[in-house]
Every structure is written in structure tokens, then in C-alpha cells.
Design a protein around this ligand. Sequence first.
Ligand code: ATP
Ligand code: MG
Length: 388
Amino acid sequence: MSVVLPGATLGVVGGGQLGRMFVHAAQSMGYFTAVLDPDADSPAGRVSHHHIHTDYADVDGLARLAGLADAVTTEFENVPAPSLEHLAVARPVAPAAQAVAIAQDRIREKAHFVACGVECAPYAVIESEAQLAAVPADLLPGILKTARLGYDGKGQRRVSTRAELESAWADASGVPCVLEKLLGLDFECSVIVARGADGQMVNFPAQRNLHRDGILAVTEVHPRSMPEATARRAVSAARSVAEGLGYVGVLCVEFFVLGDGRLVVNEMAPRPHNSGHWTLDGSDVSQFELQVRTLAGLPLNPPRQHSVAIMLNLLGDLWFVDGDTPEPPRWADVLALPGTHLHLYGKTEARRGRKMGHLNITGEDIDAVRSTADFAAALLGLPIPLSE
Ligand code: ATP
Ligand code: MG
């Protein structure tokens, strides 16, 4: 991939918050930006120099994007892989359609993990009645997950018995699924890597993640967040997964840590990730700047975490703490706390469960940062304590 220097235009397929933060990073380095998203009011489209309002698979929209942008990336995993292939005929595209296609399909994704020697939760592929009947009993209780188009816990059903499994698969209209054994999790973590077209790879430290109702709620990044050996294994597994794909771009790999200390991979996201939002304030380079650098073919330096960090996700629920009429949270009180950094995505309408923004809390000492985070959470109406 050739070097695309500042002054050129970088394109992104998808106009959500990840695209918005990519656009911010690109613009601060002197690039022009183009966003393709059908929503005229998309978070990224609102801050981009160019905004093409078409569907992600619209041939005309894609041609306009390729005409404007010198290189193109993507910000959400369900972008049609054929759209990326189509763009790649005209322009450098990272990540590649083939890597995105693998991440979009849990069956192919798990096969890739296995091929890289990275352990995943015991699972069975269910694409036919015969495979359904052959599911080994020791996978129950388990979680039935549709192979495609799941996010934030959508497209998933917990099942305890064979009868429940059968009816859950029928409810999913018999689309390809995987049944995963329900594991006893000690905690969850993720690792974000960035890999250039020349094979150079850098990573952020392993991040500890807390989910509520299937949605990421809190990320903590500091040396005491997990055993050093776990962090080391997670980093090494994430790097193997990226290497095995010949990946170019920013990749997040999510893990489960089991009660006995074992690390198993959950899934990967071929883009910056919610669990890496702390890098905007706690690291000398953010995941979005690394996305710009990998796309533009610029050199990568290993990120340096300069502050311990806690990230609180801000869902639309926080606007409804006092009733059914949305009220903005107490930003001024929260921002009076030391080391707080507010990021809102410019979404005009708050809805329950909708990702509206995040709050980063940074500092030198994790105990102080944690107590500030608890304060902020109390002001916002988030459950405390933050950790499990
Ligand atoms: P997202 O894309 O937002 O990360 P998703 O819809 O792809 O979510 P998963 O990551 O597969 O969903 O699962 C969501 C959460 O459900 C996990 O973070 C974990 O808390 C829980 N979970 C998923 N699979 C298992 C499992 N096999 N055993 C125990 N818990 C699980
Ligand atoms: Mg997940």
C-alpha cells in the first residue's frame, strides 16, 4: 500500500460514533474526510468534509466515495464485504474485505481462531437439522448465537435443554448458528492491535471489560486490572489472530478469562472498539490515530499509556434517570471532577440502550481514578460500585 499523505482525503464506510472519532483523528492530522452513510444525520457525517447519503451497497454511492477518497476504511462490522471488494478495485482499502468477511461470520471466525492456535469456547456449528440433533450434551447449558449480524448481545439466546435449543433455533428461522457452551467467567478483557501493510504491528495493553445486559459498560486499564500472565497471553493471542489474517488496520480481540485462569477468545472486531476509547485520553496515540496511520501507510510507533484509565459508557438510559422525559445528565458536575474527559457522539435523540458517548477518567493512581469514577457514576445515575 502506498503512502497517502495529509492533504489527501480518507474515506470511511459507516457514519456511527467510531467513524466520527476516525474523522476527528484524520482531520487533526490534516486529512480531508468522506463518509458514506444513508443517515443524513449520522454522527460521522455531521463532522466530515464530505457525506455521501446512500446505502452501503449502493454502486453509485461507492463510486462517489472512491472518486473522493484516496484510501477507504470501515467503522462497523456489518458493512457488506462485497462493497469493500468493489472499492478495493479503485482505491486502497483497509481492513480488507476478506478479513471483514471472516469477522462477520462466527463460524469462519472460530475456524480462524482454531487455525491460529487460539483457544475458543467449546462450540458446535448448527446449519442443519442433522447438526442440531448431533449437538453434544456437554455443550448445554449454552448460548445459541446467530452466525451473522449479531451485536451488543442481539441474536443470542441462552438455552439449558435440548428442547430449548430446538425452539431457539426454530425462532431464529433456522439460520446458521453456533451453540457455545456457557462458561463461568471470572472476567472479560480485550486487546487492540494495529498492523500496517508492511507487517509492522503494535498493540495497546490488555483492557479489562465489564458488560451489563450484553453491552460494554466499563473498561479499566491499569497494571493491577488482571494477572500479568493473563495480559501477556491475551496480547500474544491477539497478535497471532491479526498475523494469521495478514490484517491491515486496527483489530480488537475480545477474551473470556475463566474461573481457573484459562483464557479463551470470544470474538474479534475488524475496527477500533468501544473498549479502546480510553486511548483518546490515556495514551500518547489513540486507536483512531492508528486507524489513520495504518490506512495511510504511515509508520506505527508502539503506543505508550501515560495514565491509568477507566472508561464509562454513556447509554441513553442516563437521560431517563428521573422519568420518561429525557433530561441531559449533570455534565457540569461530572466535569468538575479531576481527570474527567467527556466524549459525546452528537446524537440528537437519547434512547434507552443507545450509545450516546463515553466518559474517560484518567490519572496517575488507580485508587484515585476509581474513586473519581465512582463519584461520576453516582452523579450520572450509573450503578455503583463499578466493578463486579
Ligand atoms: P458485541 O459485538 O457487542 O461484543 P455480541 O452480540 O457479539 O456483542 P458476544 O460478544 O458474543 O455478543 O457476547 C456478549 C456477552 O455475553 C459477552 O461479552 C459475555 O459477557 C456473554 N457471553 C457470550 N458468550 C458467552 C459464553 N459462551 N459463556 C459465558 N458468557 C458469554
Ligand atoms: Mg462481544
